[in-house]
Design a protein around this ligand. Structure first.
Ligand SMILES: Cc1ncc(COP(=O)(O)O)c(C=O)c1O
Length: 465
């Protein structure tokens, strides 16, 4: 996640609108909607039936975001492939919105999960795999102590509590247009100088202005001004924004962030849930970052729900005592199924067999090829769009490279995005339903990448050719 829904008529939309014939776009989209309906009769029937018991016909609200009248129902997925119940095979560039960045159904994970399922899934006691997983994460990220969570959202919640506990400060700071899961404090954006709920956030429990400081990405002065107020416990950030398109840090920005957070006694939490695409230890290892805490989730269980958070020796030393307290079970950290044996077995099998240097050595060149192909097509049509890449993640966007989240958000164009996604889906290529993100894994091939480039080129030829 997440695209968010910026206000219609934002700066970027105007730019794009100037070059896109909206009537033509509407007509093409209509044709694609009809083709989708004709091609997916079984998914259509199942969607109708599901609607009677499932709210909005889906088990999780984001699934309504897929292009087409209903989401296709999955029959099976393996490697970089997915087959729906109507028998269509897709090159999967979504990979479960990073949940399956390893590729689907890794045999080693399937075996470990089956074995563990036969010998006890959850006992609320540690299994041997937990310490192995923690040691492997410590080796990859360079932070010595770890604990587990069920999701990256969970891990972020826990870390925010620790930060407030350790600093005695009430607020957390995030980047404008960030996404860190369904964490109440983080669903906030800037409206001028004011902190307001992110558009679309449902039922905020308290005014985010009371809980959260928001700063624009790549703006050192704004960060310095905000941290100087002395009320911020931690800065939670992705080292590169990935949830509003990819926005890369400018030269020296992350060094300045580290310097400022240290100077103002603010804990630096790096959320590597998506930026793990940069390599086996995420951007933390790839760029030599020195966070106080790291959060990683989604793909580290090969698709099985599990997440983890790591911390420096200094933070660990201060948390060790509270962990042993008599009331730790009601501290607001942890959960009954957290660290369960099944999740730990899945994480061990995943980290032992995937997301390694040798896996990125295959996936990253594929992402480079993806980006080059898309850039060539954009250039051919003289569009003011760009394609950005971070490791094995690549993304195209309807504006020149933005410096911060707000600039990226202003260029969102749901109509255009929806058309491009549906066009691709109808031709066997699945993109992440939020913005225009593609993940490449070691299971993709050059042929898969070129298929996307062809499909993208054909869409633009129809639209602006
Ligand atoms: C950077 C980042 N952190 C945390 C999360 C939350 O992950 P989950 O939904 O698995 O809890 C997301 C989800 O997209 C994310 O992109």
């Amino acid at each position: 996640m997440a695209a968010g829904r910026p206000s219609p008529g934002g700066v970027g939309v105007t730019t794009v609108s100037a070059m896109i014939d909206r009537d033509r776009l509407g007509l093409l989209r209509k044709g694609e909607e009809e083709r989708f309906l004709a091609d997916h009769p079984t998914s259509a029937r199942l969607a109708r039936e599901a609607g009677s018991a499932l709210l909005a016909g889906v088990p999780m609200p984001w699934m309504t975001r897929w292009p087409g009248a209903f989401p296709v129902v999955v029959d099976r997925a393996w490697g970089a492939r997915l087959v729906d119940v109507d028998g269509h095979e897709y090159v999967d560039l979504c990979l479960g919105d990073t949940g399956a960045m390893t590729g689907h159904a890794l045999p080693q994970v399937a075996e470990a999960v089956a074995r563990q399922a036969r010998t006890g899934i959850t006992t609320m006691l540690p299994s041997q795999d937990a310490a192995w997983v923690a040691a492997e994460l410590a080796r990859r990220f360079g932070l010595p102590r770890w604990q587990m969570a069920m999701s990256a959202t969970d891990a972020n919640r826990f870390v925010l509590r620790f930060a407030r506990h350790l600093t005695g400060r009430p607020r957390i700071a995030v980047m404008d247009w960030c996404y860190h899961g369904t964490v109440d404090e983080t669903l906030a954006v800037l409206d001028g100088d004011r902190v307001v709920p992110r558009p679309g956030a449902m039922g905020p429990p308290v005014d985010v202005e009371l809980t959260t400081a928001v700063v624009p990405f790549n703006d050192v002065e704004a960060l310095e001004r905000r941290l100087a107020q002395g009320d911020v416990a931690c800065l939670l950030m992705e080292p590169a924004l990935t949830n509003i398109g990819i926005v890369l840090p400018e030269e020296g920005y992350l060094d300045a962030v580290r310097d400022l957070t240290r100077r103002h006694g603010v804990l630096l939490v790096v959320d590597e849930t998506h930026t793990l695409c940069a390599g086996p230890g995420g951007c933390t290892a790839a760029w030599g970052l020195e966070p106080d805490l790291v959060v990683v989730g989604k793909t580290i269980g090969g698709g099985v729900p599990v997440a983890a958070y790591g911390m420096s020796a200094a933070v660990a030393e201060r948390l060790e005592g509270p962990m042993l307290g008599a009331e730790i079970d009601v501290a607001g950290v942890g959960g009954t199924l957290t660290g369960n044996a099944l999740a730990m077995a899945a994480a061990r099998a995943t980290l032992a067999n995937a997301l390694r240097e040798e896996d990125f050595a295959v996936a990253v060149p594929l992402a480079q090829r993806f980006a080059a192909g898309v850039a060539e097509v954009i250039g051919r049509h003289g569009l003011p769009w760009h394609v950005q890449r971070l490791g094995c993640r690549a993304e195209y966007w309807f504006c020149p490279p933005p410096r911060d989240g707000a600039a990226a958000a202003a260029a969102t164009d749901e109509e255009l995005e929806g058309f491009l996604h549906l066009w691709a889906l109808n031709r066997g290529v699945l993109l992440t339903p939020f913005h225009n993100m593609a993940l490449l894994s070691p299971h993709h091939t050059v042929v898969d990448v070129d298929r996307h480039t062809e499909v993208f080129a054909a869409a633009l030829e129809e639209l602006v050719g």
